[in-house]
Design a protein around this ligand. Sequence first.
Ligand code: C2E
Ligand code: CA
Ligand code: CA
Length: 656
Amino acid sequence: MVNITLLLWISVLLQVAAVIMALRLIPLTKKALAWSLLSFAFFLMASRRTLDLLLGENLIDDPFIHTLSTRLVALIISLLLLLGIILIKRIFVQQQRDADQIKKLSLVIEQSPSASVIFTPEAIIEYANPKYCEINHTSVSQLIGQTPLFLSSEQTPLSTLNKIWNKIKIGGVWKSELCETDAHGKHNWSRVIISPIKDAKDVITSYIATFEDITIEKQQRLTIKELSLHDALTQLPNKNYFNQSLQLAIKDAGCKSQQLSVLLLDINNFKEINNTLGHLTGDVILREISNRLNYVASQNANHSLARMGGDEFLLFTTDTTPEQTLDLANQLKLAIQHPLYVENRNFELSVNIGYASFPEHAKTANELIKCADVAMYAAKASSHSIVAYQSNLDDGKLKRLELSSHFRQAAEENEFILYYQPQMDFSDKKIIGAEALIRWLHPEYGMIPPDDFIQLAEQSGHIYMITEWVIANGLAQLSQWHKEGHKIELSINISATDIQNPELVSLLETELIRNKLEPDFITLEITENSLMLYNKQTISALIRIAELGINISIDDFGTGYSSLQYLTKMPVSHIKIDKSFVMKMLDNDQDAIIVRSTIDMAHNLGLTITAEGIEDEETLEILEILRCDHAQGYHLAKPMNNQVFLSWLSHYNSRL
Ligand code: C2E
Ligand code: CA
Ligand code: CA
């Protein structure tokens, strides 16, 4: 009997231990409490059973204990059991609810049309949905434990990886376009959003990346780009493409200390063929010429041939001496002169070729092409059909005449057009103004960008004629905008020689009055370099312009000689930091430092500052942090003609 009693007491002790264990599950959760209540109930049941036995054996004979054990303890046990059971039921219901919710959420991700991946802070994939597996031709089991594909793809540059990590590790959301290499080695482009997932204590536990497949869209963009870089008639690269490859070749030649030559070919009397035999015959002849030129050029190892437009072709050769270039020019000339048989007729064509070399004649693509152009005009004017560039050719009387007739005609026949690029105020994100940027809509060559003719106009003394046109048309347009309720400002580019022109101030005054404009809505942009040439005359002209109430801004700031002297001497109110610094500031610390210190310096001098050349959201955000005043760049909008500009403006304003 003693043994049974002992066993019963041991059981009581075990129950007590269970209660203590349950209570030790701190923090005291509902679960722990439920188990404690049940354990306590069992403990009391066991104690009561023990007492029963002890009483039965007459080991205890106390009526009080008996009453307590039969009534009170039974009641307490029932209560404890009831409470414990209710609590457990609640826990199960809650758990079921949580499980249902998780199931629903995981179904959303599982069946989402966007590809999604969840990865740990150590960049290890924990989960990938079926869409992600489908796009990348892989399976969940192959992905789990691996690094996300976009992080390991050689298509994602190291600098981009750094940017991603720097942003997401501090809890930021990263959005951009990324390329992944799938299991078949194919490149997939996606619009990606990576966001951190945080726990209740705000600690990042993992990241979710969602991908929208834009591979087809990207291919279409590439095709459009490809088309815009090729001439449809001859399938040769066009001038844009030529320019881009020439820039790269110049860089390369500079590094290797090699020479490089640009040749410009112009077929004689081609217009007459077009006019007398029709454009279709002209096209056949142009295609044949391009085949011949291509053949000759391909015999020379390092070359690139392009059609510049009309009957002009461009070619550059790398690693060539001037003698080899002359030899090549002769071969090209012979190829064109060789009789051509088209539509039962024999044609004998002739050509003029001008060429210029790097680094001897010029150091940039545009300048080299311009030098080759000058040489080609000299060839036309002389009895030699091949001419190498010489600096004194620039003064050639014939070329000046040729150009002047072009510019005059362009202004007279309204072949110029103004494009407008918006400028935003960082403080309220409103559009405060636009920069007027000229283009030449040439009847034969199409849209000519200002970089291709402004310098020529400056050199040939025709720039003021263009400036007059820009001021008259720009101010008339601004007045029209104001009448339509767009109270914005207009910036106009002015060349160095314009400021020296005694008529500029009175022209501005007349146009202000004619268009009933407040002068404060107009800014003249003058490049830093042209201000370097300042003299008394320039300063007094600028002071008179400022006295009219017109603002003066220094354009392309940072590309000049960085003398602060003129900033304090000139009536300048505004600075535009050159786009070359802004465009590279994310990748180049030196440029970022220049941008930051220029902003600080401008503010210290009480000037406002515009950053131009902003091409992405990140640069825009950083410039705002650096307290830049105004923003301009492709990210906001490219320069647009008046009609497109106005609808862009309405759309922008409606979203504010
Ligand atoms: P700019 O005064 O520095 O004008 C800004 C140039 O940068 C414009 O080129 C504009 O299209 C381009 N740009 C603007 N945002 C971005 C960007 O985010 N990225 C990049 N890569 N470029 C951007 P555009 O229109 O070809 O003009 C070139 C230059 O021609 C102007 O440089 C200016 O010096 C000159 N120019 C334009 N119009 C006139 C004019 O009416 N008179 C005079 N004298 N010069 C003009
Ligand atoms: Ca400008
Ligand atoms: Ca500029």
